[in-house]
Ligand binder design. Structure first.
Ligand code: SF4
Length: 187
């Protein structure tokens, strides 16, 4: 039997969940014996910035998706990743609930843009109009389950390396991961 194909995806998050993935440390070697990381910002980040680069996202068995859905690019990428993934896991609290990025929902989108690009900018004050460079913000930040079907929700901000390992091991063994208090972690 071939190796299990895994992809990881970075939407509107701080990359802390991916940093926690790297904390698997020597377990990454164990993982490499049974699975292949087909696509991930930790293997080639430049493929994980503009939405057009995600057109090459491969068919995978498992995708771990970090981050909330904050802009139009995120929506496109997420739908494409869903289509190409047998199992899709919301990877960390931003993906699960919206978490930190959803604080923006307390404000109007125009007010946020004006504050960042005009009021607080020290030079070149202008709101970017090139949607390729800066994707259009959604009016509301949402968790990924508001856009696509999610198979499993891995909690934590970020999830601990132990939680990530537990989830991956369950999925590799064909078991359902069950998250309890010990899997919740903040900071
Ligand atoms: S869940 Fe926490 S660590 Fe992960 S992307 Fe969101 S803020 Fe960062």
């Amino acid at each position: 039997m071939g190796k299990v194909r895994i992809g990881t995806v970075w939407l509107g998050g701080c990359s802390g969940c991916h940093m926690s993935f790297l904390d698997l440390d020597e377990r990454l070697i164990e993982l490499a014996q049974v699975a292949e990381i087909m696509s991930s910002p930790i293997t080639d980040w430049k493929l994980h910035t503009p939405v057009k680069e995600y057109q090459d996202y491969p068919e995978v068995d498992i995708s771990l998706v970090e981050g909330a859905v904050v802009n139009t690019d995120n929506v496109e990428v997420l739908k494409l990743v869903r289509e190409r993934s047998k199992i899709l896991v919301a990877f960390g609290d931003c993906a699960v609930t919206g978490n930190v990025p959803s604080y923006r929902n307390l404000f109007k989108t125009d007010d946020v843009l004006n504050s960042v690009y005009l009021d607080k900018a020290t030079h070149n004050q202008m709101i970017p109009s090139d949607r390729v460079v800066v994707p259009r913000l959604l009016n509301k930040v949402v968790p990924i389950s508001h856009v696509v079907k999610v198979d499993y929700f891995m909690p934590g901000c970020p999830p601990s390396a132990d939680s990530i390992w537990y989830t991956i091991k369950c999925l590799l063994e064909g078991k359902e991961p069950e998250f309890s208090k010990e899997h919740y972690r903040y900071g």
